[in-house]
Write a protein that binds this ligand. Structure first.
Ligand SMILES: C=C(O[C@@H]1C=C(C(=O)O)C=C[C@H]1O)C(=O)O
Length: 253
């Protein structure tokens, strides 16, 4: 799906990009459900856990991203690392496709903001308090959530590129004036945002049901659908728009 928007600029239409974002919703909801299998498990985040330098989570993130970097994950512009310092280079040959994005995309990584809201605000809303000792699984599951959310937010590069290409006459004056507010207004579609919030809430309700053979389960969802709607309304969509603005500000460089 991402490859469709990524591989060829003729494929880059707003409908295609929105379709890719809709598919990514499924991934995000399923990964939150997966993380909700574990309680908060706070020792995962303890800076003095065992003999790692830093927390078990930081260790898992650094080592996983190092491996993924070697196999080319970060050659995709929308994949941004959480631990970018000293990442090993990719060992796989680069793709032959011509780049679709302006090179400025590579300099926009807002993962610090994503890390901050995920651990400080979101996680306590959907993981129950407690400790079941599954720290390694918890850390991998956090990284899965972070990566899916980050990819969705940095996909804003493509949204911005396609909006710019569709109406350069509207965007160019605001870019030349470096007018953040003006750009934000141009790229915002409130009706689309309302639809997204409703759809992800429904997905969380459907995907998070207990499926039973005899009845429809107990009606309780594995992740509260209103939390998923809030995740999109308060963090994912505003940050996707921030990526779009940052990209557009540099689009004519
Ligand atoms: C992504 C888009 O741009 C903006 C951000 C949205 C989002 O992150 O889902 C939705 C609508 C727009 O306000 C879009 O237009 O689809």
């Amino acid at each position: 799906m991402a490859a469709a928007a990524n591989s060829n600029s003729d494929n880059l239409t707003l409908d295609k990009v929105r379709e890719a974002l809709i598919r990514q919703e499924d991934t995000i909801v399923f990964r939150l459900i997966q993380r909700a299998n574990f309680p908060v498990n706070s020792p995962t985040y303890d800076e003095k856990f065992a003999s790692f330098s830093g927390s078990l989570l930081q260790f898992v993130v650094k080592e996983t991203e190092a491996l993924q970097s070697k196999v080319g994950r970060y050659e995709n512009p929308e994949e941004q690392p959480f631990s970018p310092e000293n990442l090993p280079p990719s060992l796989v040959p680069p793709q032959a496709n011509p780049p679709v994005l302006h090179p400025a995309a590579a300099s926009i990584n807002i993962n610090e903001k994503i890390w901050d809201f995920y651990f400080n605000q979101l996680l306590p809303l959907f993981a129950v308090p407690g400790d079941d000792g599954n720290y390694a699984s918890t850390a991998s599951s956090d990284l899965d959530c972070l990566q899916a959310i980050s990819r969705r937010i940095h996909y804003g590069y493509y949204v911005a590129e396609v909006k710019f290409k569709d109406a350069p006459q509207d965007y160019e004056p605001a870019i030349r004036a470096q007018d953040r507010e003006g750009l934000m207004k141009l790229l915002t579609f409130e009706a689309v945002e309302e639809m997204v919030k409703k759809r992800v809430e429904k997905k969380a309700a459907v995907f998070g049901q207990d499926v039973c053979l005899v009845d429809n389960g107990n009606g309780k969802c594995k992740v509260d659908p209103s939390v998923v709607s809030r995740l999109y309304g308060e963090w994912i969509m505003p940050l996707t728009k921030l990526v779009q603005v940052e990209y557009l500000l540099r689009r004519l460089d």
